[in-house]
Design a binder for this molecule. Structure first.
Ligand code: NAD
Length: 488
C-alpha cells in the first residue's frame, strides 16, 4: 500500500475549525490518501507572544510536508502583530495566489450567469511587505515595493496558467496613470511578456474602472493578473458577485511549498453557529488534491459538491427562497456532500481533472543597467512655517547643489506654490545638480557625486533641521527613474 501523503493542516480561528472539520470529513469519506499534521496558528499563538501568529516548530513541518491546508485566522488589526498569511506567503516564496471564481447559476443566486474567471494575484510584494513608518507627528508612510523579478514571475505564471488550462485571454489591472514607477513597471513587464504568448489575447485596464467592469460584466474576463492589494480586493468582489465570498478557494503556489485556503476570513460574526459555508475551504482542498496527484478523488468531491448545490441544499449565505430548497448548517451540508459522493451532477457538466499542470518559471536574468545619481529628495519633519521660509532656509544650505522644489504630500509648494494647498509637517525637498536646467522634466538631469549629498545632509543637520528620510534620484540607462512632483 502506498504511503499516505502528509499535509500540514491548521484549523485557524473563528469559523476555521468548523469548516476545516467539515472539509476533512469529506476528504476522508471520498477516500483521499493523506495524513494531516496539525499545527497551531492564529489568535492563540499571537497571545503566546509569537508576533507572526505561527508556532516556530510549524516551519519545519511545512518544509517537510510542502503542502499546507489552512483555515482562515483572525489577524489583529493595527498593533505590533504581523499578518500570518502574509508571513507564510512571503517567507516560503508562495509567489502566485490563484483564485478561480465561477458562478453556479441558476442554483446559486447571482446576477451573472456566465462568470468563470481566475484572478492571479501577486503575493509577495506591493504594499503588503508591511514596511511602514511613523515619520512625523502627523504622517505615516507605507512603502510600495514592486520588483522586476516579482512582476516577471507572476505575469509569466498568469500566461503559463492560461496556456496550461486552455484560457484565452489575460488582462492586467494596474494604476500606472498615477503610480508611474511601481504600477508602470508591472505594466511594462506585462506588455513585454505578452508578446511571447501571441496565441493568448492580452489587454490591460486601469484597476478602478477594471473593478467596476468586473462587477458589471465579469463574463468578458478570463484570467486577470494584478498586484497584491488590487488582487486581494477584486477577488473578494468577484467571489461575492458569483454568489458568496464563502464559495471560492485559492492556491498559493511556491517553487517548493504550496498553501491552499479559502479566500474569505475567519468570519467572527458567525463563528461557532454551525452556519458557515465550508465550500471555500473545500474548493481549496480540491485544488490541493489535484496538486498532490489525486485528481480522481478531487473530481469525485467536486462532482458531489455540484450535485448538492443543484439539489438546492444550501448554507445560509447562498440560501434564497425560490432558488434553494433546504437551508443546511455546516455539518449537515458536509453530510449532504458525503451522501452524494460517487454521483455526478445532473445539470452542471461533470468535472474531471487531469494531472496537475507543471508550470515552470525560468530563472530571472538580471540585466546590467547604467545607473547615474542625479539628485536627492530630503524629507523633513518641519513645522510650523511657510514653504517660502523653508525654501529660503534650504537655499542657503544647498552648497554645490540646487534646491529644485519642495513638495508637501507630493504637491509642489515651493517655488510658486498655491495658497490653497493644505500643509502638513511632512516636507520633501528636492536637490539636483546646479547644471540641471530648471525646465528639465525628462532624461536630462545632470549627474552628481554621493559626497555632495553627504555634505548637504551634514549642513541640514547642523542647521537643526529634522531629516527623516532621503531618497536618491537616479537615471537608469539614461532614463529618469523617479516621479516628478505634482506641479513640478
Ligand atoms: P470575512 O471574510 O471573515 O467575513 C466577511 C463577511 O463574509 C462576514 O459577514 C462573514 O460572515 C461572511 N463570510 C465569510 N466567510 C463565510 C463563509 N464561509 N460562510 C458564510 N459567510 C461567510 O472578512 P472580515 O470580517 O473582514 O475579516 C475577519 C477576520 O478574518 C479579520 O481578522 C481578518 O484579518 C481575517 N482574514 C483572514 C484571512 C485569512 O486567514 N486568509 C483572509 C481575510 C481576512
Amino acid at each position: 500500500m502506498s504511503k499516505k501523503k502528509r499535509i500540514t493542516v491548521a484549523k485557524g480561528d473563528g469559523i476555521g475549525p468548523e469548516i476545516m472539520d467539515a472539509t476533512l470529513r469529506i476528504l476522508d469519506a471520498a477516500g483521499a490518501s493523506f495524513e494531516p499534521v496539525f499545527v497551531e496558528i492564529g489568535e492563540q499563538v499571537y497571545l503566546k507572544g509569537h508576533s507572526a501568529g505561527i508556532e516556530p516548530s510549524a516551519w519545519d513541518v511545512l518544509r517537510d510536508t510542502k503542502v499546507f491546508l489552512k483555515a482562515p485566522i483572525t489577524t489583529p488589526q493595527g498593533g505590533g502583530f504581523k499578518s500570518l498569511n502574509v508571513t507564510v506567503r512571503t517567507t516560503l516564496g508562495l509567489f502566485a495566489n490563484v483564485r478561480p471564481c465561477v458562478s453556479l447559476y441558476p442554483y446559486v443566486d447571482t446576477k451573472h450567469s456566465k462568470l468563470d474567471l481566475v484572478i492571479v494575484r501577486e503575493n509577495e510584494e506591493d504594499l503588503y511587505t508591511g514596511i511602514e513608518h511613523k515619520q512625523t507627528a502627523d504622517t505615516v508612510q507605507c512603502l510600495k515595493l514592486v520588483s522586476r523579478p516579482g512582476s516577471e514571475k507572476i505575469i509569466r505564471y498568469a500566461f503559463e496558467y492560461a496556456k496550461a488550462y486552455g484560457r484565452k485571454k489575460v488582462t492586467a489591472m494596474v494604476k500606472d496613470n498615477i503610480m508611474k514607477q511601481t504600477d508602470g513597471l508591472f505594466h511594462e513587464v506585462f506588455k513585454s511578456i505578452a508578446k511571447e504568448y501571441p496565441e493568448i489575447e492580452s489587454t490591460s485596464e486601469i484597476i478602478d474602472i477594471g473593478a467596476a467592469h468586473l462587477a458589471e460584466r465579469p463574463q468578458v474576463y478570463d484570467v486577470v493578473v494584478t498586484l497584491n492589494l488590487y488582487g486581494d480586493i477584486i477577488s473578494d468582489i468577484v467571489a461575492q458577485i458569483a454568489g458568496s465570498v464563502g464559495m471560492a478557494g485559492s492556491a498559493n503556489i511556491g517553487e517548493i511549498v504550496s498553501m491552499f485556503e479559502a479566500i474569505h476570513g475567519s468570519a467572527p460574526d458567525i463563528a461557532g453557529k454551525n452556519i458557515a459555508n465550508p465550500s471555500g475551504l473545500l474548493n481549496a482542498a480540491i485544488m490541493l488534491l489535484v496538486h498532490i496527484g489525486q485528481p480522481d478523488i478531487a473530481a469525485k468531491i467536486q462532482n458531489a459538491w455540484l450535485l448538492t448545490i443543484e439539489e438546492g441544499l444550501h448554507t445560509a449565505d447562498i440560501f434564497k427562497a425560490g432558488v434553494s430548497r433546504i437551508k443546511l448548517g455546516t455539518k449537515e451540508f458536509a453530510d449532504a456532500i458525503i451522501g452524494n459522493l460517487g454521483h455526478l451532477p445532473e445539470k452542471f457538466k461533470p468535472i474531471s481533472f487531469g494531472k496537475a499542470k507543471e508550470i515552470h518559471i525560468p530563472e530571472y536574468k538580471r540585466s546590467v543597467m547604467k545607473k547615474d545619481l542625479v539628485g536627492t529628495d530630503v524629507f523633513l519633519d518641519w513645522s510650523p512655517g511657510s514653504p517660502e521660509e523653508l525654501g529660503k532656509k534650504l537655499s542657503t544650505l544647498s552648497g554645490d547643489l540646487k534646491l529644485r522644489m519642495i513638495t508637501n504630500r507630493g504637491v509642489k509648494v515651493y517655488p510658486q506654490g498655491q495658497p490653497e494647498t493644505f500643509l502638513t509637517d511632512h516636507w520633501r525637498c528636492r536637490f539636483v545638480s546646479q547644471n540641471t536646467p530648471d525646465t528639465e522634466m525628462g532624461d536630462g538631469f545632470t549627474p552628481i557625486q554621493p559626497n555632495q549629498i553627504a555634505n548637504l545632509l551634514l549642513r541640514i543637520a547642523e542647521a537643526g533641521l529634522d531629516c527623516i528620510q532621503i531618497e536618491n534620484l537616479y537615471n537608469f540607462d539614461g532614463k529618469r527613474s523617479f516621479s516628478l512632483g505634482q506641479g513640478e
